[in-house]
Design a protein around this ligand. Structure first.
Ligand SMILES: Cc1cc2nc3c(=O)[nH]c(=O)nc-3n(C[C@H](O)[C@H](O)[C@H](O)COP(=O)(O)OP(=O)(O)OC[C@H]3O[C@@H](n4cnc5c(N)ncnc54)[C@H](O)[C@@H]3O)c2cc1C
Length: 384
């Protein structure tokens, strides 16, 4: 199919692509989402689905806090709460040094007017987590945080986007993007679209898509791993992490333990796959059993790894391309983009529909990562 049927082509059918498409369609744009495999095939289908403002970098904290408001109103955005369970997130300190560092973070957040993180002592910590090992000294808590069901979220965002008129093309990989007049010709397997606006939400492959329009953005790849246990009786409600160690630990509604926290497998972008590393997963299991000695003898029934782009400063790229008019980037979420899904789509829709946004994304531009000579390259003249 060729032609100007659409105002915007979104490359990538993960949650960020779907969210951008939904917000754009509701703002009156005709949108096609082009997905190489199927919706949710990569990070958005592999995610641990933690919904966390706790320990957010200041560079994305305001976005994250606004996103948290949107999470609490998700039913009105997509007709489903996406399994969001706001039972809190807790970051535990095992030593005085890590407790001091949590305390100083809370103090400096307070000085800047942020109140979403609280420091809690050992007694309150044990009220929240009765099964926790007694060596833990205290923690920070974000009460409105929690976790959700990524597959319900994918379904809800997809259905809402389609109901708003978005067309989703799966099994359709974009192989080239060329300037055509003031538009962009997007070439994919057996298809071509000509559109004025392109959103690059291609996850781990976003640098490759960016390069198609002349943006040379260095990105690394994360291959975060997860493990899931057999079902246990309910014993923990919040999501738990440890200051200074890789762990995210929660119990699902089905009773399984879902354990991750950034343990890395082996990524392969060309094969579009990643391989789990059992020795590294064993470190995560060790951290989990240090915190919750009662789970030492449980069985792990499934492990997996998912691919995602990582930036140098661990902050995402959200905003207009520095070189290619009409191209917008949303990627590099570096392992914590699930919580940002509702707000980043809305920010992109602001930029595309109104040309500006009141949301604080200026420090998330691609330029900060690019070599100075490539960041402001003049785009070659349109070919026709
Ligand atoms: C194991 C794991 C645990 C995580 N845990 C959390 C968590 O607890 N909390 C949190 O906030 N975040 C978490 N994250 C991060 C979060 O899941 C991601 O930031 C988010 O899902 C990224 O969504 P996305 O749409 O940008 O990318 P993706 O879901 O990867 O979507 C990108 C899509 O683009 C497609 N694509 C690529 N190239 C092309 C092309 N040329 N043409 C067409 N399509 C293309 C891909 O097939 C893919 O489907 C986790 C990630 C992983 C992997």
């Amino acid at each position: 199919m060729t032609g100007n049927t659409y105002d915007v082509a979104v490359i990538g059918g993960g949650l960020h692509g779907l969210s951008a498409a939904l917000h754009l369609a509701r703002a009156g744009k005709r949108v096609v989402v082009i997905e190489r495999a199927w919706v949710g095939r990569h990070a958005s289908g592999a995610t641990a689905a933690g919904v966390r403002t706790l320990n957010r970098d200041r560079g994305e904290l305001d976005l994250s806090l606004e996103s948290m408001e949107m999470w609490h109103g998700l039913q009105s955005l997509v007709g489903d709460n996406c399994g969001f369970n706001p039972s809190g997130q807790i970051c535990v300190a095992e030593s005085q040094a890590t407790l001091d560092s949590l305390a100083s973070r809370v103090t400096s957040l307070r000085q800047e007017g942020y109140t979403h993180e609280e420091l809690i002592g050992p007694d309150e910590l044990r009220r929240w987590l009765p099964a926790l090992s007694h060596h833990c000294l205290g923690a920070t808590l974000a009460r409105r945080d929690g976790a959700a069901d990524p597959h319900r979220m994918l379904r809800a965002f997809r259905q809402s986007a389609e109901a708003a008129g978005v067309v989703i093309k799966e099994q359709c990989g974009v192989t080239a993007i060329e300037r055509r007049g003031n538009d962009w010709a997007i070439k994919a397997t057996q298809h071509e679209w000509v559109v004025p606006v392109v959103v690059n939400a291609a996850g781990a492959w976003s640098a490759r898509v960016a390069a198609m329009v002349g943006d040379d953005i260095p990105l690394a790849t994360k291959s975060s791993m997860m493990m899931v246990s057999e079902r246990l009786s309910p014993f923990i409600k919040p999501v738990v992490s440890i200051m200074g160690r890789s762990l995210s630990f929660k119990q699902s509604d089905q009773g399984t333990l879902v354990i991750g926290g950034g343990l890395q497998g082996i990524p392969d972008l060309d094969k579009e796959s990643s391989t789990a590393r059992m020795r590294v997963l064993a470190k995560g299991a060790r951290a989990a059993t240090d915190l919750f000695p009662g789970v030492r003898t449980i069985r792990i029934i499934r492990v997996w790894a998912g691919l995602e782009a990582k930036t140098d400063d661990m902050l995402p790229v959200v905003g207009a391309s520095p070189n290619a008019p009409g191209v917008f980037h949303a990627f590099g979420f570096s392992g914590h983009g699930f919580q940002l899904v509702p707000v980043v789509g809305a920010a992109l829709a602001d930029l595309i529909v109104r040309g500006t946004t009141a949301r604080r994304i200026e420090h998330l531009s691609a330029q900060r990562l690019m070599a100075p000579d490539t960041a402001k390259k003049t785009l070659t003249e349109p070919s026709s």
